[in-house]
Write a protein that binds this ligand. Structure first.
Ligand code: UD1
Length: 380
C-alpha cells in the first residue's frame, strides 16, 4: 500500500483515478482548489470505494474511511501555494507516521481557446504550479511523480499513429506549458539521482464511471466534443456543431483517439506500480487506444448505444484543429502492460449514464434532501 498525493484529484480524471487507487488498497490525499472540481465528486468516490464515514472536519478538510489515518483525505488548496502543499505533505492524520510515497499531478488548466486569451494564467497555474510542487516534493523527500501531459504536444501532424518520438510542436499556450513542464521534469530527473517520473500523454479522455455517479462536469459551455454531445443529448444544448466536413478523412470529419476515462485511470495505477517496482527512470508514454474515430462515428455510436437522435450541423473548421490524431500506444503496453479495454460503445453508454443521471453535473446534488455537503463536524 502506498500513500499517494493527487493534485487536482477532485476533477474529471483525478476523481476516477482516486477511485482506482482506493480500490487497489492505496491511501489517497487530494489537494484541489475546486476551480474545476467538486468535493461532491470525492464524496461519491468514497461511496463507490465502499469507504464509511465521509465527513467534513473543517471548512477546507474532508476525510473518509474508518480508522486512523483516514483512507481518503481532501484538502482545499492551491498548487502554487507552498503552504497548502506543505500542509498536504505534513497531514499526519492523513498518513500516520509515513510520508507521501508518490504524487500524481493532475491540477492544471486545459482549455486551448482560454489559454490564448489568458496566457499568463496558464503559465502561472501550469508551470509555476509544477515548480512549487517539485520544490515541495524536494522538501519532503518524495521523488516519484506521474504528470498529466497531453497529445497536444504533437501539434498538427499527418503522422498516424503518433509515437512518443514524434517531434514536439505545440501551437498554443496550453500546449507550451505542457511542453515546458515536461522539459523541466527531464531537467530535474537529470540533475538529481533517484527520481521516478512518468509523463503520460493523454489523447482524448471521455466517458464516465459505469455507475453514472462520477463523470465530467465542465464549467460553462463545454469546449470538447464528448461533453458537448452529452449536453445536446440531455437537451441542454440545441444541436452539435461539427467543426468541418471537408477534412481528408473517410467521412470528412475529424478523427481522434477517444479513450475511456476508466482505462486512463487504470493507466495511472499501472504507472504508479511500474515506477515503484523499477529502478529510478523517466518514462514518457502515450495513453490512447490506438484507434481513431471520426466525429460522425462518435455521434452514430452514441445514438445507437443509447437509442437517441442527436441533432447536428456541419459548420466551418475550428482554427488550430487537425484532421487526425491517433496514438501509437505500444510503449505503454511494453513498459507497464497497459492497454485500453473499453470500446466506443462503452464510452457512449457510460457517458450517457452519467449525463442523464446528473443533468446539472455535481451542482444541485447539495440541494437533494439529506445530501448536505456542509455539515461541519467538530474535530475530536
Ligand atoms: C482538445 C484540444 C487539446 C486538449 C484536449 C483535451 C484543441 C485544438 N485541442 O483536443 O489540446 O488536450 O482538447 O482538453 O482544442 N468537435 C466538433 N464540435 C465540437 C467540439 C469538437 O466537431 O463542438 C470536433 C473537433 O474538431 C475534433 C473532435 O471533435 O475533430 C474532438 O475535439 P475536442 O473534443 O475538442 O478534442 P481535441 O480538439 O482533439
Amino acid at each position: 500500500m502506498a500513500t499517494v498525493l493527487l493534485t487536482g484529484g477532485a476533477g474529471f480524471i483525478g476523481s476516477h483515478t482516486c477511485l482506482v487507487l482506493l480500490e487497489a488498497g492505496h491511501r489517497v490525499v487530494v489537494v484541489d482548489d475546486f476551480s474545476n472540481g467538486s468535493p461532491e465528486a470525492l464524496r461519491r468516490v468514497s461511496e463507490l470505494a465502499g469507504l464509511e464515514g465521509w465527513r467534513q472536519l473543517a471548512p477546507d478538510r474532508w476525510v473518509a474511511g474508518d480508522g486512523q489515518p483516514a483512507l481518503l483525505t481532501l484538502l482545499k488548496g492551491d498548487v502554487r501555494s507552498p503552504r497548502d502543499l506543505d500542509r498536504a505533505f505534513e497531514d499526519r492524520e492523513a498518513m500516520g507516521d509515513g510520508g507521501i510515497d508518490a504524487v500524481l499531478h493532475f491540477a492544471g488548466l486545459k482549455a486551448v481557446g482560454e489559454s490564448m486569451g489568458q496566457p499568463l494564467r496558464y503559465w502561472d497555474v501550469n508551470v509555476v504550479g509544477a515548480v512549487r510542487l517539485l520544490e515541495a516534493m524536494g522538501r519532503h523527500g518524495c521523488q516519484t511523480l506521474v504528470f498529466s501531459s497531453s497529445a497536444t504536444l504533437y501539434g498538427i501532424t499527418d503522422r498516424v499513429p503518433i509515437p512518443e518520438t514524434a517531434p514536439l510542436q505545440p501551437i498554443n499556450p496550453y500546449g507550451y506549458t505542457k511542453a515546458a513542464v515536461e522539459r523541466m521534469l527531464a531537467d530535474v530527473a537529470a540533475s538529481t539521482a533517484g527520481w521516478r517520473i512518468a509523463l503520460l500523454r493523454y489523447f482524448n479522455p471521455v466517458g464516465a464511471h459505469p455507475s453514472g455517479r462520477i463523470g465530467e462536469d465542465p464549467n460553462g459551455v463545454p469546449n470538447n466534443l464528448f461533453p458537448f454531445l452529452c449536453q445536446v443529448a440531455a437537451g441542454r444544448r440545441q444541436r452539435l456543431e461539427v467543426f468541418g466536413g471537408d477534412w481528408p478523412t473517410a467521412d470528412g470529419t475529424g478523427v481522434r483517439d477517444y479513450l475511456h476515462v476508466m482505462d486512463l485511470a487504470e493507466g495511472h495505477g499501472r504507472a504508479l506500480e511500474t515506477l515503484q517496482a523499477a529502478p529510478p527512470q523517466l518514462l514518457t508514454l502515450n495513453l490512447g487506444s490506438g484507434r481513431g474515430h471520426s466525429v460522425l462515428e462518435l455521434v452514430r455510436s452514441f445514438e445507437a448505444t443509447n437509442g437517441l437522435t442527436l441533432p447536428y450541423a456541419v459548420v466551418e473548421r475550428r482554427p488550430g484543429d487537425s484532421a487526425i490524431s491517433v496514438a501509437d500506444p505500444r510503449e505503454a503496453e511494453r513498459h507497464m502492460g497497459w492497454r485500453t479495454r473499453r470500446s466506443l460503445a462503452d464510452i457512449c453508454r457510460d457517458g450517457w449514464a452519467w449525463q442523464s443521471a446528473n443533468p446539472e453535473g455535481y451542482r444541485g446534488s447539495d440541494r437533494q434532501p439529506g445530501r448536505s455537503l456542509i455539515q461541519v463536524q467538530p474535530v475530536s
